[in-house]
Design a protein around this ligand. Structure first.
Ligand SMILES: [Ca+2]
Length: 567
C-alpha cells in the first residue's frame, strides 16, 4: 500500500505498504523509508494518508487495502488506475523495488538486570554512560517501555511476539538443572527475518532452553551464535556452577576475557563481515550488569569516588557495557551502515531490589544491592513498575528524530514492528500479542497499545489498561492493588477499596487471560523435583550428612516471588 499524508503543520510523509514512513527532509519532498536516500519523490502537498483522514483519502485512493507484509502493490489493480493514481503507481513500483533492496539492519541490544536510573539518559549522576546517552539524545528515549519481570519471560516475549503465559514460560527463569525450554512450535523472530532475507545472529545470552540442543538458538533461526545458553555466568570463567556455558555456533569455547568485552568484540567483528547488500538482525544480549558483580580493575579504578564497593563494581560493569555499545556503533559508522541501521536498546527487566533475585553467584554477605530503578517501585521479579518498566532508547539517523516518546510499548511489540520494517511475513506465527508500534517510535503518534499484561501466573497477575493498573495476588491470603499510574506512577496509594467496579472489570480480564494460559513449566519442574524421592538431608547423631540447613536457599513464596519491597 502506498499512501501519502501531510501532517497538520508538518512536512508531508510518504508511506509504503505497511505504513512505514519517514518525514520529508525538505518541504514538499518526501523521502521514502527504505529508499536509503537514493530515491526521492516529489509529492503534492495535499495528499493524505487514508488512515489519518478517511474523507480525503477516499478522494485520493491509492491502492489495495491491507496489503500483506512483503507483497508489493499491484499496478494492475483497478484502483491503481484511477485519477491521481499514475504518479503514485509509478512511485509505488519504484518504492517497492527500492524498499526490498534497502531493508534496514536491526541491532537489538539487551542489557541484563540494568536499573532504570543507572544510565545517564534517565538521570543517573554517578555512573557514566556517554555512548548510550548519545544514542538517546540523537534518537528516541522511550519512557514507557515494558518487559516481563525476569530474564526468560522477557526473552521469550522478544523472540515470539507473544506473552510467555501462552507457552508456560511466565514464571521465574529456566533453572540450570531443568530440561525444558521455549516451545519449538513457536515461530521465532530470527526465523521470520531469515525468511525475509536477513542474516541473523545472536551474540550473548539466550536463556530459552539449554538442556537439549533443539532449544538452542542455532536451531531456532539464528545463522550465527556466540555466547551463553543459560542465565547467569561468571564473567571470566564463562561457567555456571562450574559448567562451561560459552559457545560459538554450538561448539564450546574456552578462552580468556571478560564477557562484556568478548561480546562487544564479537559484535564488532560480525558487523565487519556484513555487506550493504544483505540486511542483518543482530541480537546483542549482554549478560551485564547481572550478578555476579565483577568488572575489570581498570574500570573499577575509574570509580574511586563511589564509596560503596558493590555499587562501584556495578558502575564499572555498566560503563564497560556502555563502552562496548560505543564500539558497536563505531563499527556501524566505519562500515557506512549507520544510516540503514535501527539500533534499539533496553534492559530485560528492572534492576534487582529483592535479594532473592540477586542471583545464585551473589555473595549476599558482602553485597549491598546496587541497582537504582529511580522513582519506580521495587525491581526485578516484581509486578510493580520497577520490575517491568525499563531503560530503553532507539536510534536511526534520519529516521528517528530526537524526542522523548511516552507511548506504551511492550517487548512483544518488537516482533511485528521489526517484521514490518523488514518486509517479513508473520503468516507462520501463532496469533501475536505484539502490535506494530513504528508510528509511535518514529512519529510519536499515540501508541496502538492500550493494555500491558505484566504477567499471568496461577498465584499472581497484573494488567494495565490505560492509566489503571491492577495487581492481583491469588495465593491465599489474596490481595488486590489498584493504582492510577497517571496520578500515582510510583504506586503508593492502593485505590482498590474505592473503585470496586474497576477492580472487578480488571479481575474479569485477568480471569479470561488465565483461561488462555499454559501452566508454568517452572512450577511443574519445581513440583517434580519436590516430589522426587531422594537422599534425605538428615541432621543429628547417626547421620552421615552433616550439611547445615541453607537458610538462604531460594523458595517460591508470596513474598519471595517478588512483590515485597526491599528498602
Ligand atoms: Ca535479567
Amino acid at each position: 500500500m502506498v499512501c501519502i499524508k501531510r501532517k497538520t503543520g508538518g512536512p508531508p510523509v510518504f508511506r509504503v505498504r505497511h505504513g512505514r514512513a519517514a518525514r520529508a527532509p525538505l518541504g514538499g519532498v518526501a523521502c521514502v523509508r527504505g529508499l536509503n536516500h537514493r530515491l526521492q519523490a516529489a509529492i503534492p502537498a495535499d495528499f493524505v494518508h487514508k488512515e489519518q483522514n478517511p474523507a480525503l483519502a477516499a478522494q485520493a485512493t491509492c491502492g489495495p487495502e491491507k496489503m500483506p507484509y512483503g507483497i508489493a502493490p499491484n499496478p494492475d489493480h483497478p484502483r491503481m488506475k484511477q485519477p491521481l493514481i499514475p504518479c503514485l503507481a509509478a512511485a509505488a513500483i519504484a518504492c517497492a523495488a527500492a524498499h526490498a533492496a534497502a531493508k534496514p539492519n536491526i541491532v537489538h541490544i539487551v542489557a541484563d538486570d540494568l536499573g532504570w536510573k543507572d544510565v545517564g539518559f534517565n538521570g543517573c549522576t554517578d555512573i557514566r554512560t556517554p555512548h548510550l546517552d548519545q544514542l538517546a539524545a540523537q534518537g528516541v528515549k522511550l519512557t514507557q517501555f515494558y518487559v516481563q519481570p525476569m530474564c526468560t519471560p522477557t526473552r521469550a516475549a522478544l523472540m515470539t511476539g507473544r506473552y510467555p503465559f501462552r507457552y508456560g514460560l511466565q514464571t521465574i527463569v529456566i533453572p540450570g538443572p531443568a530440561n525444558y525450554g521455549l516451545d519449538t512450535s513457536e515461530f521465532l523472530l530470527p526465523q521470520c527475518l531469515k525468511d525475509a532475507g536477513y542474516t541473523t545472529a545472536i551474540i550473548g545470552k539466550w536463556h530459552l532452553g539449554h538442556a537439549d540442543t533443539k532449544y538452542w538458538p542455532k536451531q531456532r533461526g539464528f545463522d550465527y551464535q556466540y555466547g551463553a545458553m543459560i542465565g547467569e555466568l561468571d564473567y571470566y570463567t564463562h561457567s555456571d556452577s562450574g559448567v562451561l556455558d560459552w559457545f560459538r555456533n554450538n561448539q564450546p569455547v574456552t578462552e580468556a576475557g571478560y564477557t562484556t568485552q568478548l561480546l562487544g568484540t564479537d559484535a564488532v567483528n560480525f558487523i565487519k563481515r556484513q555487506s550493504a547488500e544483505k540486511p542483518f538482525y543482530l541480537y546483542l544480549a549482554f549478560n551485564a550488569p547481572h550478578t555476579p558483580y565483577q568488572a575489570p580493575q581498570d574500570y573499577i579504578a575509574r570509580y574511586k569516588d563511589i564509596a560503596e564497593p558493590t555499587r562501584r563494581t556495578y558502575a564499572a560493569m555498566v560503563t564497560c557495557l556502555d563502552d562496548e555499545i560505543g564500539r558497536v556503533v563505531a563499527a556501524l559508522d566505519s562500515k557506512g551502515l549507520r544510516d540503514n541501521t535501527l539500533i534499539l536498546f533496553h534492559s530485560d527487566n528492572g534492576g534487582t531490589r529483592n535479594a532473592m533475585f540477586a542471583g545464585q553467584m551473589a555473595d549476599l554477605s558482602k553485597t549491598k544491592i546496587p541497582c537504582d530503578n529511580g522513582p519506580w517501585r521495587d525491581g526485578k521479579g516484581a509486578l510493580f513498575e520497577g520490575g517491568c518498566r525499563v531503560a530503553a532508547c532507539a536510534n536511526w539517523p534520519g529516521h528517528l528524530h530526537p524526542q522523548s516518546v511516552d507511548g506504551m510499548i511492550h517487548a512483544v511489540d518488537l516482533y511485528p514492528t521489526f517484521a514490518a520494517l523488514a518486509g517479513a511475513s508473520t503468516a507462520k506465527c501463532k496469533p501475536l500479542d505484539g502490535l506494530d508500534v513504528w508510528t509511535t517510535l518514529a512519529e510519536n503518534q499515540p501508541s496502538p497499545r492500550k493494555e500491558i499484561i505484566y504477567n499471568i501466573e496461577p498465584f499472581r497477575a497484573a494488567v494495565r489498561q490505560g492509566d489503571w493498573k491492577l495487581i492481583w495476588r491469588s495465593l491465599i491470603p489474596t490481595s488486590v492493588d489498584l493504582y492510577n499510574l497517571a496520578d500515582d506512577p510510583c504506586e503508593k496509594t492502593n485505590l482498590a477499596a474505592a473503585h470496586p467496579d474497576q477492580v472487578s472489570a480488571m479481575q474479569a480480564r485477568i480471569e479470561a487471560l488465565g483461561k488462555q494460559a499454559v501452566k508454568p513449566l517452572a512450577l511443574m519442574y519445581v513440583a517434580k523435583v519436590g516430589l522426587a524421592h531422594g537422599k534425605p538431608l538428615m541432621a543429628g547423631a547417626g547421620s552421615n550428612n552433616n550439611a547445615p540447613a541453607d537458610d538462604h536457599a531460594p523458595s517460591i513464596t508470596d513474598d519471595g516471588i517478588g512483590d515485597s519491597d526491599t528498602p
